[in-house]
Design a protein around this ligand. Sequence first.
Ligand code: M6R
Length: 606
Amino acid sequence: MCGIIGITSNKSVSSAIINSLRKLEYRGYDSSGLATLSEGIIYEVKSEGRVDNLEKNLATKNMLGSVGIGHVRWATHGIPNTVNAHPHSSENVSIVHNGIIENSTILKKYLISKGHIFKSQTDTEVIVHLITEYLKENNLKDSIVKMLKQLHGSFALGIIFKDKPDLIVGARRGSPLAVGYGPNENYLGSDSYALKSMTNKISYLDDGEFCVLKKDQVDFFDENGKKVNKKVLELSSNEENYEKGEFKHFMAKEIEEQPTTLKNCIKEYIDNINNDINIFNIPWDLKEISSITLIGCGTAYHSCLMAKYWFEELTKLDVTIDIASEFRYRKNRFKKESLYIFISQSGETADTYAALDLCNKNKMKTCSVVNVIESSIARDSKFVLPIHCGPEIGVASTKAFLGQMMVLYIFTLKLAFLKKDLKKEIYIQKIKDLKNLPQLVEKTLLIESQIQTISSTFTDAKGSMFLGRGFSYPIALEGALKLKELAYVHAEGYPAGEMKHGPLALIEDGIPVVVLAPRDNYYQKTISNMQEVIARGAKVLLITNKSKDEVVSENIWQTIEVENANDDLLPFLLTIPLQKLAYYSALKKGYDIDKPRNLAKSVTVE
Ligand code: M6R
């Protein structure tokens, strides 16, 4: 959460900082600010709300300076207002911060006793005063080392100093930070996306490191201040992936892109000629793996749940799934023969990263399924399975969900085949079916006007339920999450068979209930559960797959039919109407679809 940018150059930097902040806005958007340095004066401007407000505010000021830092905030300590917006400054330094300082209360007490006066409610301000205090008696490098040793928690920092004309310090623990290299200027950024329009040459700070940027030089140091060397990576640049194009929202674009992103993924993993799966250089003998633990958060957790159903259906492996924020604090019994798979679109989710780190420290086999391949989770896991979706900018995850499911399904098939749980002819048939999936997704995407009409019922409802069994249950959870986060409608995802154990009490006249009942093994059972909610007044939207047989049930309010596919692949198709339902419900309410309230794309705090 929160986005950081820093630029040291030989020309004015404020408008370039604003441009980068726009790109970082997906990380936090409750307030923003920037500080520049010119001839020993730190200029500062901050605004509540979006970067647009900051830009308007900036237009009224004369922000000189060829060195500057900028920030978009997702509030942790202190309400989102101008006082709490970053940068935070003392007479000597100005700081932007992403993360949480866990010992800020203790540090604040100490600093107040030293005469420092605090202006904001943030934890960040302790960093400002701490570094100011150390600079009284130490040189810059020693002050940074001393200051970093005092901080507990996770952070990425960008700091400018009143008496250092062209210099920015960056530091990282837990939260990601990248350095970009340009002609006569250098950059600091929370991610490569913020830097891409300025450079394609970047380096990443490792945990505990800090860097000193000047316009023509960058030095990296470990936590003790010892110089370290860094690799410079070259980013592939495909700028149009970062634009909305003809679409009103990134989410709409990302939903429509799904046939293409699935095709890209298939191209990377499937040997078209032999109908085989290409997963090379795995550092372990997969045949020796006897259990799997899948870990993620939010939508990525739903992919874990989906994969559990596939692994159990197609292999004899013992499969456990976990929410990262729970896993990291439980008493874990690590299993040597287990493979720990971490799912994350951003690859920067703090809880997922912490769970990975824990497994690495316990010498487990770790693998990640990520979209951002330069991310911390990708870099620190022993094996990476990228989902090849391209940048996902909308806060609500759509194409990444299908991409995660696709890679997990491919991996399940490969493992099932290698472990001889799946016969060759079935393996080949399933790969052939998979190759056909992008086309089926494309056709399913054509469902449009019906969903637009249906969505009004959901926007007006005080609550809703999403039900499914078996393979459809994780998709019910995902559909409910999408509606909650985008349309701010209470939505509960539930296993259809569990309703009678409590939640049925919620069903009353007119409550919209989505029932996912594709014609798979669970079909009849789910239809019976559907009858139970209809009998109690629910307005049922049934989502099933096309079939010659009509659904034998009366009183269904609406039916949507997705394309037909083998049972394993139906979850991909069932997801599409649910994504659109959430999209149109939010659109009807006039909400900010790509940036829902209180959320951020990359959750880099606990
Ligand atoms: O980047 P990650 O996949 O690790 O993010 C995990 C969740 O924060 C994310 O899926 C979140 O639930 C989405 N906003 C859901 O649409």
